[in-house]
Design a protein around this ligand. Structure first.
Ligand code: V47
Length: 373
């Protein structure tokens, strides 16, 4: 019924062929992606993506109970979009010892946290052993927890410091307690944007190579795209299709997380950042192009809560988690709370018309909430 309606509306919007292929489960290409970004009728693109999302996940929307831990904000990359980084010795710079990081985790032992999400800057003087000690200390503080840590940017640094292959480093990190990796550091793959906004950070090829090696080591990862700064629609499509191509090879990505750029306190404070309209379109186009990545996360910290709720109808199936003390988005002016209680997340999902399902990091169901009223 809904599918017929969507198909009928696609004609006048000039998207009849794209809609027909998407609904038939056929793969869309770069040109289709460009047309979906250019289409005036966002509600149609959203309805198409929402239809595919419901086919995969029904009316379920996932969340988890997690704790964010940013072990250091000291970073030599100095990316222009980032408000979180500090130079060594600069006011506000910090670096937790492994024991201090473990204390942060111990302070929350009474909460039903299933995941610690731990990332930091590219610190110029930490030794390789620090990262192994950090994992061991956090794991010892909460042995059952799933430790999702380090972006490909940090992994690149460890590979360099250790003088070992990525496979050897991943084996040692796993041994020390690493269970999976988050999706950060991908930003936008276009070399043009990288040169302008983050020239000292690893490039697309290296990010993809290290993700490939993580998947080969049996580690699941997420993937991200930072949008709403200076990237073009074609650069967004290119980014999404490069993620899709790697996923065809490895199947190791669990979730795509679009990250809405927040300009405050960054070197790009003159930009206005994306609107909710931009964000919903990104979520929808991602759902349509990324036919091989099971989950799309509406990361409420960056999207804002109302847009994250709306995104569940436009292709997203996950709201991320409770996230105690997130810093990267909040340093850049995110107006969302620093944490949400579990009950609050459940309420937000029900309010948006979905069935809340608590998951662990690997999407095993922890608890299905009472069906929504
Ligand atoms: O890589 C930095 C982004 C990322 C800003 O995998 C900014 O489940 C917006 O990757 N405005 C780190 N974004 C966060 C991240 C993440 C978050 C939640 C879940 C997962 C997951 C991954 O944050 C960075 C960068 O792309 N970022 N500064 C900013 N001003």
């Amino acid at each position: 019924m809904i599918e017929e309606l969507v198909q009928r509306r696609a004609g006048p919007a000039g998207l009849a062929d794209v809609a027909a292929r998407a609904l038939a489960g056929e793969r869309l290409d770069a040109q289709d992606g460009a047309r979906l970004f250019a289409a005036e009728d966002l509600s149609l693109v959203a309805a198409l993506a929402g239809t595919l999302r419901r086919r995969r996940h029904g009316d379920r929307a996932f969340f988890n109970v997690n704790q964010h831990l940013n072990y250091t904000n000291i970073c030599r990359s100095r990316c222009r979009f980032c408000a979180f980084h500090r130079l060594e010795g600069q006011a506000g710079a910090y670096c937790l010892t492994p024991e201090q990081a473990a204390d942060e985790v111990r302070r929350r032992l009474a909460e039903p946290i299933t995941e610690v999400h731990m990332v930091g800057g590219v610190h110029p003087s930490l030794p390789y052993g620090y990262y192994l000690d950090l994992l061991r200390a956090v794991k010892a503080a909460r042995p059952g927890v799933h430790l999702k840590a380090f972006t490909m940017v940090e992994i690149d640094e460890m590979v360099r410091l250790a003088g070992k292959t990525p496979a050897e480093v991943y084996a040692e990190l796993k041994e020390a307690g690493l269970d999976s990796l988050p999706g950060g550091g991908a930003e936008i793959f276009a070399a043009r944007v990288r040169r302008e906004l983050f020239p000292r950070k690893i490039g697309a090829e290296r990010w993809l190579e290290l993700a490939r090696a993580a998947h080969a080591a049996g580690l699941r990862t997420n993937c991200t795209m930072l949008y709403g700064h200076i990237e073009t629609p074609a650069e967004r499509v290119d980014h999404l299709l490069r993620l899709r191509a790697l996923q065809d090879e490895t199947g190791g990505f669990q979730t795509f997380v679009p990250l809405a750029f927040h300009p405050e306190n960054t070197a790009l404070a003159h930009l206005k950042g994306p609107t909710a309209h931009d964000s919903l379109r990104i979520v929808a186009v991602a759902r349509l192009l990324l036919d091989n990545i099971p989950h799309i996360k509406a990361y409420w910290v960056m999207l804002g809560i109302p847009a994250a709720q709306a995104a569940l109808s436009c292709g997203a199936d996950d709201l991320d988690g409770t996230l105690v003390e997130e810093r990267i988005g909040h340093d850049a002016g995110a107006a969302t709370p620093r944490a949400l209680a579990r009950a609050e997340l459940v309420r937000l999902i029900a309010e948006a018309g979905f069935q809340a399902v608590e998951r662990d990091t690997l999407y095993n169901v922890v608890r299905v909430e009472e069906p929504r009223a």
